[in-house]
Design a protein around this ligand. Structure first.
Ligand SMILES: Cc1cc2nc3c(=O)[nH]c(=O)nc-3n(C[C@H](O)[C@H](O)[C@H](O)COP(=O)(O)OP(=O)(O)OC[C@H]3O[C@@H](n4cnc5c(N)ncnc54)[C@H](O)[C@@H]3O)c2cc1C
Length: 469
């Protein structure tokens, strides 16, 4: 039996930050990775959010193309809108806007990296701080004494002892299950995502995409699909909650890949498929059961990805740091009980991650109801958006007449749009502005007024020439 102050299962970004923080707090720390090295078992790549650079500046300033050659800044993001006929009906490009308050968020939306480079890079900070990393080691169970967790067992039967175990072991967390904190995720709490990774020459990507290194494909026929460009390639992924699928996830991902527009993009980028992957990802409206006697769950193991877009690396790092700090305090005080570890919840709830989850239910609901509901919502949302954005650039009629046609056509979407706005948009707005609600108009009143305002618009306009007569 080997003895430690703290055991961490998993060397993803969450586990590594927890190990680094614990070692810096003077704890004898070990973190385990089932892969031959950190990052071996993760999805091909990811976009790192700017909050990581704001909140972990000392660490992130070291992330350079020399250390992580796959780096590519996602400065601009395309949003493609694909209609029922599998035609790209239009797209909107977005960049960091004027109201963004800090660097590097003013310069780019995400910094894109491959996990096979990023995860070992971040794990090295933990080992440099003195934590012991044990690769190629699958943890299969928890050690218990008088019902309390006091260590872990690996697949070879080797035992490791510590008063606290941090579960940083991702979506299918052995620590969560063996500690009794959770069984499997329910189907509506976990998504399955399939993903193609393509290789392309960096110069081609530079010349063709420039700094547009992110895209979301909003489909009438498939759940929203994301595209992330790295230095020498990109990936295209598509997921949805487990209880959504009526067909194999690849059927929907292939719909994106087989779009004529997409095929043209592959051709001009001379992109070659490199890998096909499938991953699970917890996607909750609020994390729950995050700790018990001698156990804390962080990152994916605790269900912390963002409730709107499932950004998961930053929350894993934030919860990893807090968990290690709370563990250090608990070990020093000799009280590692569930009651003492409740401090973990109190602390993460005060962070940017906690603030995100305050509107968790409303954010989660709107994502479920819009981009992840192609048939119910996107089938009218895409043509409506295109009518509003694209209709005006049309020479089929005098422009004033076109605007009347567009307004009248948009009115025809109201029977579908109104319940959506009432059911998902207003609850979110109300939640965000809840303290100021009395200052803004009651959403129900607005919904009553809006159709009347539209009705006020006359169907026909008298021509000026008629008036002259
Ligand atoms: C397809 C896809 C795309 C994504 N894109 C993004 C993105 O662009 N940006 C973003 O921020 N997030 C993204 N996410 C979410 C992000 O990947 C996760 O939220 C994040 O990796 C969570 O970090 P973690 O440290 O909690 O867990 P993980 O990164 O999952 O790390 C867990 C580690 O534990 C190891 N492990 C598991 N079980 C055991 C065991 N029993 N014994 C030993 N080791 C074990 C695993 O091998 C792994 O290395 C994406 C997720 C998916 C699935």
């Amino acid at each position: 039996m080997k003895n430690y102050d703290l055991i961490i299962v998993g060397a993803g970004p969450g586990g590594s930050i927890a190990a680094k923080t614990a070692a810096e707090n003077g704890l004898k720390t070990i973190f385990f990775e089932r892969g031959r090295k950190p990052g071996e078992k993760n999805s091909s790549g990811c976009g790192l959010g700017p909050r990581m650079f704001r909140d972990f500046p000392e660490l992130m300033k070291n992330l350079t193309p020399e250390k992580c050659p796959s780096m590519r800044a996602g400065v601009a993001a395309r949003n493609y809108f694909v209609n029922d006929n599998d035609i790209v009906a239009g797209y909107i490009m977005a960049r960091p806007t004027e109201s963004v308050t800090y660097e590097p968020a003013k310069s780019w939306i995400t910094m894109n990296v491959y996990r096979s480079e990023f995860d070992p890079w971040i794990a090295e900070f933990a080992t440099n701080a003195g934590a012991e990393l044990k690769n190629s080691t699958l943890i299969v169970d928890l050690l218990k004494e008088d019902g309390n967790v006091c260590g872990v067992i690996d697949e070879k039967g080797e035992k490791y002892n510590a008063p606290i175990v941090i579960g940083a072991d991702g979506v299918i967390s052995t620590v969560a299950q063996k500690s009794g904190l959770r069984n499997r995720w329910a189907q509506h709490q976990v998504t399955i995502t399939s993903q193609y990774d393509f290789q392309a020459v960096p110069e081609k990507i530079n010349n063709i995409m420039g700094d547009e290194a992110l895209a979301v494909w909003w489909g009438s026929n498939f759940p929203a699909s994301y595209q992330v460009f790295f230095n020498d390639g990109f990936h295209q992924g598509l997921g949805n909650w487990m209880n959504w699928w009526d067909k194999n996830p690849l059927y929907y991902l292939n719909r994106v890949i087989n779009l004529k527009y997409y095929q043209r993009l592959l051709k001009i980028l001379e992109a070659k498929p490199r890998e096909l992957q499938a991953h699970l990802l917890p996607w909750l409206d609020y994390p729950y059961n995050t700790h018990t006697n001698g156990v804390i769950l962080i990152g994916d193991a605790g269900g912390f990805p963002c409730p709107l877009e499932a950004e998961g690396i930053y929350p894993a790092m934030v919860t990893g740091k807090i968990a290690a700090e709370v563990a250090a305090e608990a070990i020093l005080s000799g009280d590692v009980s569930r009651v003492a570890l409740k401090k973990y919840d109190n602390e993460w709830q005060k962070t940017s991650v906690g603030e995100e989850f305050e509107s968790g239910r409303e954010l989660w609901n709107i994502w479920k109801a819009l981009p992840f509901s192609p048939k119910e919502t996107m089938s009218w949302f895409v043509p409506m958006i295109m009518e509003i954005l694209g209709g005006i650039f049309d020479w089929s009629q005098p422009h004033a007449k076109r605007i009347r046609q567009i307004v009248s056509h948009v009115k025809s979407y109201m029977p579908k749009a109104t319940p959506f706005i009432m059911g998902y948009v207003f609850p979110l707005v109300a939640k965000i502005f809840e303290e100021d609600l009395d200052k803004i108009m009651d959403p129900k009143k607005i919904m009553k007024i809006l159709p009347k305002l539209l009705d006020l618009l006359p169907e026909k306009k008298k021509r000026r020439s008629d008036k002259v007569k």
